[in-house]
Design a protein around this ligand. Structure first.
Ligand SMILES: Nc1ncnc2c1ncn2[C@@H]1O[C@H](COP(=O)(O)OP(=O)(O)OP(=O)(O)O)[C@@H](O)[C@H]1O
Length: 621
């Protein structure tokens, strides 16, 4: 409540100001979508009041819900009215001057930076109410909250500020009036408006009226049989229900009858929503009970690892009196959650098998999210793993674990992987060399979440999962196609003297120095010792401040590399212990291995000095 009786002026939150500049300035060819956004908001407002009236009978509306449009072709205005929940002074301040989505600032910076695809990015973000400013020079919002007596008029020209003043409104609800821009007068044309509503809002559950005419079917789409619904109708509904701009990648419309009746109409978007990796990991599926909207914020309906889904779930078997707080303990809802998760996973499996190329697009967008389920949903872990796909050193496209296993070499005991930040860099890692030479495939895991599920899943199909940057690479048992190996062995130098010299020089900086079986082209690499933390996990934890100091690593030397064999010869001579060049070489080898890992030398100035001195000697000799 507030005592304010005068008109007050407020500034938009910085991000809203920036967003409005982009919205108003961008020549959006498809700007009629503003009407879908405003109608969706009106429909949400009716849904919200219907829910509120469940627990507070005094809010029960006397009239049935409807959304009405009003065109004043002389004044060039278009109004969208609803008799829904309405807004009070605090609501207006909170919602129509700010953006309550986390990650907004970062996203707006990204939009500003990408001049070419501003429209596409805005679509991903969903500008909602603010899309009104694509067509309106001024927007008035006259609103009264259900259960309250005061009404308010919010006004803005979208240029940095808005005003709120006390006003009159006979009933609860909201009227948004657009004073159309000169170049947007087409939206004061009846035929145009009828057409837009037909196109975008046919399946809004409430009647949309223009005068006495109802323009839409006003029937919840998900209640109709799937075979009667066209692809276009699904797409429109998806855009309406989720304020999205893309076409869904996949639609899952499923009716379950029996012990626990429920209908779900779920959409997998074709682009990544902007907030996919925000820490809230919010669900975006709306829960209805017998067509009455309950909530879209519960975490008890969809698991977080399916948060990319949009759409609705409607059940006749939940109690209509179920409050949002009670949802958590409702065993029925938990069953629905499991049933839907299984259904989604089985649909994904079908897609993955029948259309692997299309599935690769899905995987690129949402794979990293789905893999969170491997950690969080122990009960469905196998089903989730079944639809997981991985980049591999041996396959061009993506591979499943089962496909990998089917291609394993005779004598290969483990499923090998390398984890890091970037799949392209991983593919070039020196650790892979020996595996490539033997024709042994290595999975390239480049999502952060990989390190976490690898803690839970240590084998598949009886084969252990093994990092190639940790522990010994024992490839001796693996049969090779060629006889090349024997020849290689003959060239390998005895590294014992060199290893001893390097150990003395590097001391605590390394855990051990060993000849390598995994290198063919590079002279050195670093690995984690068996039982130590894998290199990539250590890097991740350090970056997130969860680990101050890493473990010393094992330095592996390639006994077949010319540099190593030369150094080995040199270290076998009597003068080796006083050989400064060898000492520099020991440090340089370690730094070189660090650089190959994408790290920087431990002491860059010492590194530069040693490199300079070694080069000077090389060129002077
Ligand atoms: N007709 C309306 N009646 C009541 N509240 C409304 C109405 N229109 C907008 N609002 C309020 O303003 C908020 C902001 O609306 P906006 O369309 O910008 O975003 P949204 O609908 O919450 O999010 P998104 O568009 O991403 O789904 C809404 O969440 C709602 O609280």
């Amino acid at each position: 409540m507030t005592d304010t009786l005068e008109k007050e002026t407020f500034s938009f939150q910085t991000e809203v100001g920036q967003l409005l500049e982009i919205v108003a300035g961008s020549l959006y060819s498809n700007r009629e979508v503003f009407l879908r956004e405003l109608v969706s908001n009106a429909s949400d407002a009716c849904d919200k009041l219907r829910y509120a009236a469940l627990t507070d009978a005094s809010l029960t509306p006397s009239q049935s819900f409807e959304i009405s449009l009003d065109i004043n072709s002389k004044a060039k205005t278009l109004s969208i009215s609803d008799n829904g929940i309405g807004m009070n002074h605090a609501d207006l301040l909170e919602t129509l001057g700010t953006i309550a989505k986390s990650g907004t600032s970062a996203f707006i910076e990204a939009i500003k930076a990408d001049e070419k695809d501003q429209v596409g990015l805005i679509g991903q973000f969903g500008v909602g109410f603010y899309s009104a400013f694509m067509v309106a020079a001024q927007v008035d919002v006259l609103t009264r909250k259900a259960g309250e007596t005061e009404a308010w008029l919010w006004q803005s020209d979208g240029k940095g500020a808005f005003t709120i003043a006390p006003a009159e409104r006979d009933t609860n609800g909201t009227t948004v009036t657009l004073h159309l821009k000169k170049d947007a007068k087409e939206f004061a044309d009846q035929a145009r408006i009828r057409h837009i509503i037909k196109t975008y809002s046919e399946h809004v559950s409430f009647p949309i009226k223009l005068g006495d005419d109802t323009l839409n079917a006003a029937e919840a789409l998900w209640t109709r049989p799937a075979k009667e619904i066209t692809k276009t109708q699904y797409t429109e509904f998806y855009r309406h229900a989720s304020h999205a701009y893309d076409a869904p990648w996949h639609v899952i419309h499923n009716k379950v009858e029996g012990t626990l009746n429920h209908t779900s109409l779920l959409f997998v978007p074709s682009v990544q929503p902007f907030d996919l990796f925000e820490p809230e990991r919010k669900s975006h599926v709306k829960l209805y009970v017998n067509r009455v909207y309950i909530t879209d914020t519960t975490t008890d309906l969809m698991p977080a690892y399916l948060r990319f889904l949009r759409g609705v779930v409607d059940s006749q078997d939940l109690s209509l009196n179920v409050s949002r707080e009670m949802l958590q303990t409702d065993p029925q809802l938990a069953k629905i959650k499991t049933s839907i998760s299984k259904k989604v996973l089985s649909e994904l499996k079908k897609k993955a098998t029948k259309a692997p190329d299309e599935y690769a697009t899905f995987w690129g967008n949402f794979g990293a999210v789905l893999k969170e389920g491997l950690v969080e949903d122990a009960a469905l872990r196998d089903r989730i793993l079944d639809v997981c796909r991985f980049a591999s050193s041996g396959a061009d496209g993506l591979t499943s674990l089962s496909e990998y296993v089917s291609r394993m070499k005779t004598g290969q005991e483990a499923i090998f992987y390398i984890a890091g930040e970037d799949a392209a860099k991983l593919a070039k890692s020196p650790h892979l060399e020996g595996f490539k030479a033997k024709g042994v495939e290595v999975l390239l895991l480049s999502d952060h979440v990989d390190e976490f599920w690898l803690q839970h899943i240590t084998e598949h199909d009886g084969k252990p999962l093994k990092s190639i940057t940790r522990g010994a690479a024992d490839l001796d048992q693996v049969e090779t196609d060629e006889q090349k190996e024997k020849e290689d062995k003959a060239d390998e130098a005895d590294l014992s003297a060199l290893i001893a010299a390097i150990k003395v020089e590097l001391g605590e900086e390394v855990k051990d120095v060993r000849p390598s079986k995994r290198l063919t082209d590079s002279p050195v690499c670093l690995i984690a010792d068996d039982g130590d933390m894998d290199v990539n996990l250590e890097r991740l934890l350090k970056r997130h401040g969860q680990l101050a100091q890493g473990m010393p690593r094992v330095l592996e030397l390639n006994p077949g590399h010319a540099l190593i064999t030369t150094l080995a010869e040199r270290s076998a001579s009597d003068a080796a212990s006083a050989d400064d060049l060898l000492k520099d070489a020991a440090h340089l080898l370690l730094d070189q291995a660090r650089i190959l890992e994408g790290e920087i030398p431990a002491d860059p100035s010492e590194f530069a000095r040693r490199l300079g001195s070694v080069m000077a000697r090389a060129f002077s000799g």
